[in-house]
Design a protein around this ligand. Structure first.
Ligand code: 7PM
Length: 358
């Protein structure tokens, strides 16, 4: 049995409000919804006006009339509630998060000295190229990656976070460790980004609450070392939705208000190709959680599985295509390695939005 009485997956998405369309987040409108019930069965595809009206309840047994009505009202509010700003960034348009990995593949001499000066320079170049945020990570979470000791992770990231923050950059720290979150916040980080959605360290919920910073809660099934062995889901989009909804509830209980939380489906984190493609097709479902949505598809291996073998740096066209699929579904933040190319793709995509044309 699933956790929600029903699920409405937004369909027929557009960048402007057609008659009867329902806002899904603040950057997209849905003119139809696919209805799924709590057993994970697809029930119908209906116009938005019908999906968010009393007619919706015709699809569910009478005995939970009150639950349906309450949940229907909750869903309407969650879809429509304003997504204002995070880390001082107004979410009135898609925002770019540039990735700075301070991990062995970024080591200049391949030894155990990494080049923090180069990491800072890369971050500043990304800001110049149009990044609104810089995500700094010291522990590779690629499939098969071994954990990095905390003090090694701190040694890698703190000087980079501090230097970038001092230059006025909005820095996000990509870590699952409470100690790294606390130190990075003290060094000037403006956002926490946790691939374990604050479940990977017993202290991280309290540290995140204490920090006052916005937090990206990402879905991952299993651990990086083994997550790609045999990913299993009943229905991947509904399962990821339920997990993120549970993590939001845990954060609210720990004193982190919903408006400081951002959700992320975790493409590539314990998912097969089919799971990743289904999540990308159903992304707009996540707006029903009522938080901003972040998407990370940049250079990920699903692109090579779709188009044929390629090195990470040869996956820019696929990265841009998957990123724009997210933008069409109202995603507010995209996590990318290629900032200038992403900025140009977004500029062209957004300028054809009829709501801005004269
Ligand atoms: C496989 C390939 C796994 C690449 C991980 C990666 C995300 C992230 C990373 C993401 C958020 C990489 C990533 N991916 N944080 N950190 N969302 N919030 O880019 O999708 O190397 S690591």
């Amino acid at each position: 049995m699933r956790r929600q009485p029903f699920y409405l997956i937004p369909r027929a998405l557009s960048a402007y409000p057609l008659e009867g369309a329902q806002a899904v987040g603040n950057l997209a409108w849905a003119s139809a919804f696919e209805l799924w019930d709590s057993s994970g069965t697809r029930r119908a595809l209906v116009p938005a006006a019908e999906a968010l009206s009393e007619k919706l309840y015709a699809y569910w047994p009478a005995q939970d009339e009150a639950d349906r009505r309450t949940y229907g009202e909750v869903l309407r509010q969650r879809f429509s509630s304003p997504r204002t700003s995070v880390a001082g960034l107004d979410l009135d348009r898609p925002r770019i998060m540039g990735v700075v990995n301070v991990t062995p593949d970024s080591f200049s001499d391949g030894g155990d000295r990494f080049d923090s000066g180069r990491a800072v320079a890369d971050g500043l170049a990304m800001i110049e190229a149009g990044a609104d945020l810089i995500d700094v990570g010291g522990e590779s979470t690629r499939p098969g990656a071994a954990p990095v000791p905390v003090d090694e992770e701190l040694r890698r990231v703190l000087s980079v976070v501090k230097a970038l923050a001092e230059q006025g950059a909005r820095v996000s720290i990509d870590t699952r460790r409470a100690a790294v979150m606390a130190e990075a916040a003290a060094a000037g980080a403006a956002m926490l980004n946790d691939v374990t959605a604050l479940s990977g360290d017993p202290q991280s919920l309290s540290v995140a609450a204490e920090s006052g910073l916005p937090v990206v809660l990402m879905h991952m099934q299993g651990e990086p070392q083994s997550m790609q062995a045999a990913p299993q889901y009943d229905h991947v989009s509904l399962d990821v939705f339920d997990y993120l909804a549970d993590r939001i509830a845990a954060c609210e209980e720990a004193g982190i208000p919903r408006h400081r939380l951002i959700v992320d489906p975790g493409i590539g984190f314990g998912k097969t190709l089919d799971h990743n493609l289904r999540l990308l097709a159903d992304l707009a479902l996540l707006h029903a959680i009522g938080c901003a949505v972040l998407l990370g598809v940049s250079r990920k291996s699903f692109i090579a599985k779709v188009d044929g073998p390629s090195e990470a740096k040869q996956r820019l066209p696929g990265s841009l295509a998957a990123m724009l699929n997210g933008i069409r579904q109202g995603v507010q933040i995209v996590r990318v390695h290629d900032v200038a190319e992403t900025r140009q793709a977004l500029a062209v995509w957004c300028c054809m939005d009829v709501s801005v044309l004269p």
